[in-house]
Design a protein around this ligand. Structure first.
Ligand SMILES: *[C@@H]1O[C@H](CO)[C@@H](O)[C@H](O)[C@H]1NC(C)=O
Ligand SMILES: *[C@@H]1O[C@H](CO)[C@@H](O)[C@H](O)[C@H]1NC(C)=O
Length: 358
């Protein structure tokens, strides 16, 4: 397989992990390694909740989904699978947690978790509100509602096992910076990037406390990616240069330190909480800096949405120049990794998240 070319020690570790996982999944006879997966946050993990909202931030039209199952758009901001889709598969599940606002989120479909994420949402209510997305606090409200549905369907005891055994995944912060802080002069005048990161980290702590109080014991949160290397960031903030925007990457590093500090503090105060901060900064930057060594070809331009600033932020059927095969592109659109890159990221999640399943 092309994608595996040139990987070093991580490959060996990963191969081991994969063998162990496969054996464990085998033993558990088709059930997942954990009872379920609960997903919260932004467009990196949204599996279609925004399809049901009056928001412009959606991906329920071609060419989104063209490489997904049945080659149909689902609302995922990708040509195919999200990193969390691969994670769910790695854990041994045969279906993905349904988008909570979709018709599929009913009955026994709810018993292996659900997806509450909403594109353009983030740590701050104001980020989601700007785009009519679902704020994180509201996602947690939906999760509460979900819990009572599950209790009715499965009974209290089974429900409790599901809530405490499931992995909770959160992806947030991207939209708070890119779609709020950097474009909102009031916000950037009131807070330095460091202060703004502090504010987001407080909201992160709040989120973890809330889901912990609702029974969560295994939580994984993704770090920020190298935001300055997103094709959209280069187009908007790169000042005409075609390299990564250093300032934005520095802000991501600042934020990632804060979130690690916040996580350490949460772990100290809650010894029975397993909490992992997934570092996606480094694996994604490695792909961007060295696409060839992982079998990629293009890491600066998105497959869908290239060209002038006005058109580079859009990906739809009228977008000119969409690539015919996204396999060798790190970015599918100007904000989101391709399925091929998501597969690499999910390998990193698996290696770093082993503590959540062992
Ligand atoms: C977000 O809004 C909810 C209620 O809508 C509120 O309880 C919560 O404190 C707010 N969170 C932040 C970080 O402002
Ligand atoms: C895309 O390219 C890869 C190799 O780079 C190839 O394996 C795959 O079959 C191609 N897919 C399509 C749909 O052409």
């Amino acid at each position: 397989m092309e994608l595996w070319r040139g990987r070093t020690s991580a490959t060996t570790n990963l191969a081991l992990v994969a063998v162990v996982l496969a054996a464990m999944v085998e033993i558990s006879a088709g059930q997942g390694l954990v009872p379920g997966v609960m997903i919260f946050g932004d467009s990196v993990v949204d599996a279609g909740n925004n399809n049901n909202l009056a928001t412009l931030v959606r991906a329920d039209f071609p060419p989104y989904g063209r490489d997904f199952l049945q080659h149909k758009p689902t609302g995922r901001f990708c040509n195919g699978k999200l990193a969390t889709d691969f994670t769910v598969e790695n854990l041994g599940f045969t279906s993905y947690p349904p988008a909570y606002l979709s018709n599929e989120a009913a009955g026994t479909n709810l018993l292996n978790g659900a997806n509450f994420a909403s594109a353009a949402s983030g740590y701050l209510n104001s980020t989601a509100n700007l785009y009519h997305a679902i704020p994180l606090a509201q996602q947690v409200q939906y999760y509460k509602e979900y819990q009572s549905k599950v209790e009715t369907i499965a009974g209290r005891e089974k429900a409790r096992t599901l809530f405490s055994g499931s992995i909770y995944i959160l992806s947030a912060g991207n939209s708070d910076f890119i779609q709020n802080y950097y474009v909102n002069p009031m916000l950037s005048a009131s807070y330095t990037p460091d202060q703004f990161s502090e504010l987001l980290a407080k909201s992160f702590t709040n989120f973890v406390q809330n889901v912990y109080d609702l029974g969560a014991r295994r939580v994984g949160v993704t770090s920020l990616p190298p935001m300055g290397c997103l094709p959209a960031a280069i187009a908007l903030f790169g000042g005409g240069n075609n390299g990564c925007v250093t300032r934005l990457n520095n802000d991501a590093v600042t934020f990632n330190k804060k979130i690690n500090t916040a996580a350490a503090s949460l772990r100290r105060s809650r010894p029975d909480l397993r909490l992992v901060v997934f570092d996606i900064y480094k694996p994604l930057l490695d792909l961007i800096d060295n696409p060839g060594s992982s079998g990629f070809f293009e890491s600066k331009r998105a497959c869908c949405g290239t060209g002038t600033i006005e058109t580079s932020l859009l990906c739809n059927t009228r977008t000119l120049g969409t690539c015919s095969n996204a396999t060798e592109y790190v970015f599918w659109d100007s904000f989101h990794p391709s399925e091929a890159a998501n597969r690499v990221l999910s390998d990193a999640l698996l290696l770093q998240g082993i503590d959540l399943i062992s």
